[in-house]
Every structure is written in structure tokens, then in C-alpha cells.
Design a protein around this ligand. Sequence first.
Ligand code: GLN
Length: 308
Amino acid sequence: MDLQALIDEIAEDLLRVEDRGQVANYIPELAKIDARKFAIAIATLDGASYSTGDAREPFSIQSISKVFALALALGKVGDGLWNRVRREPSGSAFNSIVQLEHEHGIPRNPFINAGAIVVADVILAGHQPREAIGEILRFVRVAANDDTIRINPAVSRSEQEAGFRNAALANYMRSFGNIKNPVEMTLGVYFHQCAVEMTCIQLAQAGLFLANGGRDPTTGISVISADRARRINALMLTCGHYDGSGDFAFKVGLPGKSGVGGGILAVVPGRASIAVWSPGLNRQGNSLLGTRALELIAQRTNWSVFGP
Ligand code: GLN
């Protein structure tokens, strides 16, 4: 299979699509992004990489950061994390507050905002926010094998200023004792991790350890255990696209995590890691054309976790 020809062809076909979804506008800094941006990058376990479109342009990874933060938090507190966040699909929006009351401040999973805020709180324990943010950034840089990756301060500030929902979630969980640090500090960590910027090429590289039993095949570094990598993939498949997770599993058939910046990271266990970027979102807040691109890649390569 000529992967380069495949993604070039998909990029060209999707160029003609008129309906590109809606760029996230509740974070003012993200609303400025050109909806016509588009990129695909694939990194394979044998060290090859392929890319097309705006694959060298950094974008806000937003909720894709929740995958790296989860891996880091599990490394810190192990399975004790599951006392504070569950592992079930939520069936509701990424920033929904409604289940939290019934479920006593324990979020459904680590990929909805409430769950990711708990994960940020775990990473913050015993540190200053600056150190916790540094630790997350370091983890991403090691995974991507690239020290140039940065946090965009304008984006984290923009989120902080517009983050009323996230503040509500964090305060609500704090009232149940499931946020241990001062709410503004935990939110500071969360907003900064969401403001990490990466290119599709960097992101595809950073996802490789999840396709390879926790070990980065290019550097040989063991990032997490094989067991944890499998479980993070399971959570990506069941919860990575919020209330669109079932449809993503149906159409694409791979573990994936989306972000409101329009990026998606998809993992092909034993084979490859794929990053796509198209800023326009569907109703569930997942990249519209990014999902379509992954669907076409999966279809034409027969890559799926559900069989050949
Ligand atoms: N930073 C965004 C938020 O908290 C992340 C949401 C997302 O990417 N789905 O709203």
C-alpha cells in the first residue's frame, strides 16, 4: 500500500468538500483559525512517516492532551486513579455537568472535561502549577521526540477568560472532595495542557508508543507499560469522542482522541499512529473532515481493531 499516494488523494478529495463544520468559537483564540486548514500525518512502527497538507503547521491539540495527561497520571498514582474517575462512556457532551450530581462528583471517564480536570488535579498534587505544566509538556516532548513543542500562552489565557463551564465543573467536584488543590490552580494546569501546540507530524510521532505496547519504536524508550497502553487505547475507543464515540468506532474502528482545535489522534495497534487536522467541528465537537479522512484511511488500508 502506497500510504503517501493514499493520503494525498484523500486530501485532494476533501479539498472540494463545502461543509467543513464549525470552528470552535467558545474559546476566542480558536475562533480565529482558518477553517480551510487540513493535514494528515502517519507514522508507522518501522520508522517511516508520511504527511500531506498543512502537516508542519502547529495547532492547538486541546483535548488530545488528555491522553498524555492520563498516561502521566497513571504513572504517578497507578490504578488508584480509578477511585476518582471512572471508565465508562458518558453519552453526553464533553463539557456536560449533568451526570456529576448523580454520580457524586466522580466523572464518567478521563476524557470528558470533568475527568480531565481530575487528572490535572492528580498531576498537580505536591507541586506548583508551573511544575505540573512543565511535567506534562516534558511528557509530550519525550513522546514526540521533539523539544520544540510549546504551549501557546494566548490560547491558555483565552481559555482561562472564557472557562466558566470548566470552572463550574471543577468547583462542583471540589464540593464532593474530588478536587484536592485550589480550583484555580488545577484549572490553570488544565488550561495550559489544552494549549499545547503540535503539528500533525509531531502528533503522529507522539502517538506511536500507544500503537507499540507503550514503547516508542523510534527511540526505544519505554513510555508506559504494554498493559497501560492497551487500556488507554480501550478508553480512547469507548470515550475519545464523547457522545460521538460509538459513531467513530463504527466508522473508523480505531482508538481515537479528538480536540476542539480540530485535531484527532488515532492509534492502529501494531502498525501506526495517525494525526489529522481540520478545524471545523461536527455537533459533538469532533473534527468533521478529520473524522471523514480517518474513515477513508481505515477503509482503504483495512486498518481496524475489529478484524481485517
Ligand atoms: N480546552 C477545551 C475545553 O476545556 C477542551 C475541550 C475539547 O477539546 N473537547 O473546553
